[in-house]
Design a binder for this molecule. Structure first.
Ligand SMILES: Nc1ncnc2c1ncn2[C@@H]1O[C@H](COP(=O)(O)OP(=O)(O)OP(=O)(O)O)[C@@H](O)[C@H]1O
Ligand SMILES: [Mg+2]
Length: 416
């Protein structure tokens, strides 16, 4: 029997990575024999419309980059997860309820080196007629400066559920503290100790069982943040960064997420890891873009062909049982978490599946990146992103980065 798997994409303004993903899938024209069936794949961009809660969706798997701000698809995702077993790369329930704050709490319990973090009440309280009476009875007065002293300067004030650097400030002293707090208005904020003079800012992008750790420079404009650099962490630190990203993902049932860690000496501090549905654009990922597209194709094919089930439920106690153990060191706990995470992501099975069925995906990606078709996408993306007077500079810039990726793959033995 042949099973045709339709991979749906929920998209907003982006056109670059979806086009690349669609093109790669078309070029690959996968036909995978697994479990006695032949599996083929097609892609489709999902449109937004009224839906019957009992309607049967046509998709086996959905890649979502939209529902984090648009609630119609968000609720549709919950429906297809609960009613139809559609495979979603991120659990929509935890994605909605576990914001940065919840992730900090969970990771502190698991023993990760989260910098000292406090939650402070809103500057402007919620508008609710009950508030004045409630506050007069129960709200303790507090001195913001005292909390900041305890956290220590410099510190970061940032939204408890933040994203895209909105409302994030680095604060050096009491005067700025007060000013930024006054400006925070209705936003609920954390104060978090700054990790100063770190050696490496490592941002890891995870797609299913694979994680790519990239050096990141937050002081650069968006197109220059990811650095093309290899070997910037020693193997043990590199592995620790991968473990942290993968355990966060397994814990929350996310598998399309990025995780930020600051490495100083031999200490790894995670600072931001609730970024499910991360930026996948050619402009920001540049050299790493083909890796992300190829990995998305591999992971989608693996999940759909093997019938991997999406997990809606959590299994927190198994993680806490490790985190709460007194007989394990930090490294010992990390090793246990890695075992759980690798098991959850079926790392072994995935590798075998890739070796058996998908060994030509990287070759096809190199051939695609070197094609005129890809060049047209690159030029169109640059034109859509940068002002006209910068096109002459950025087209060759991106061509150079993508050619460097293809050349590096060839050097590593991939033959298109
Ligand atoms: N504790 C910290 N120590 C040092 N730098 C920090 C710390 N917290 C945040 N930063 C800096 O501020 C930036 C934004 O913070 P954070 O990542 O927490 O916010 P965000 O709004 O989630 O950003 P995004 O979603 O775009 O990654 C980080 O990339 C980092 O450069
Ligand atoms: Mg961040």
């Amino acid at each position: 029997m042949t099973t045709r798997h339709l991979i749906g994409m929920l998209l907003g303004t982006e056109d670059d990575w979806p086009t690349a993903f669609e093109t790669l899938m078309r070029r690959l024209a996968l036909r995978i024999d697994h479990g006695g069936d032949a599996h083929t794949f097609a892609t489709e961009r999902i449109t937004i419309e009224p839906f019957d809660l009992r309607a049967k969706p046509r998709y086996s798997l959905v890649i979502d980059r939209l529902a984090y701000w648009y609630y119609v698809p968000r609720e549709w995702l919950k429906k297809v997860a609960l009613l139809d077993d559609v495979y979603l790369l991120n659990n929509p329930f935890t994605f909605q309820s576990m914001e940065k704050h919840a992730a900090y709490c969970a990771m502190i319990r698991l023993g990760l080196k989260v910098p000292e973090t406090w939650l402070i009440p809103h500057k402007r309280p919620p508008e609710n007629e009950r508030f004045p009476y409630t506050a007069s009875r129960y709200n303790q007065p507090f001195r913001l400066e005292e909390i900041a002293e305890r956290v220590g300067y410099p510190l970061f004030m940032k939204p408890y559920d933040g994203g895209a650097w909105v409302g994030v400030s680095r604060i050096a002293g009491p005067e700025a503290l007060r000013r930024h707090y006054d400006e925070s208005g209705e936003r609920l904020m954390h104060l978090q100790a700054a990790v100063e003079n770190f050696d490496v800012f490592a941002r890891s992008l995870s797609i299913g069982a694979e994680t790519l750790v990239m050096r990141y420079d937050p002081s650069q404009p968006i197109h220059g943040r990811y650095q093309v650099e290899h070997g910037f962490l020693n193997p043990s630190l590199g592995d620790e960064v991968i473990t942290i990203g993968r355990m966060v993902n397994a814990f929350f049932r996310w598998e399309f997420n990025s995780c930020e860690t600051l490495v100083k000496g031999d200490e790894v501090s995670p600072i931001d890891y609730a970024n499910a549905c991360p930026d996948m654009s050619l402009i920001s990922l540049h050299y790493y873009f083909p890796w992300a597209i190829a990995t998305l194709a591999k992971w989608s094919a693996f999940c759909a062909a093997t019938g991997r089930r999406m997990r809606v439920d959590l299994d927190l106690q198994r993680w806490f049982d490790i985190g709460d153990r007194d007989d394990l060191t930090y490294d010992g706990k990390l090793a246990e978490y890695r075992r759980l995470a690798d098991g959850y992501f079926q790392v072994e099975e995935y590798r075998e599946f890739c070796d058996r069925h998908l060994s030509h995906v990287d070759e096809e990606m190199v051939a695609y990146v070197e094609s005129d078709d890809f060049d047209r996408l690159l030029v169109a993306t640059v034109r859509a992103t940068f002002p006209a007077h910068e096109h002459d500079r950025f087209v060759p810039h991106y061509r150079g980065l993508l050619a460097a990726w293809a050349a590096d793959r060839r050097t590593a033995g991939v033959r298109p």
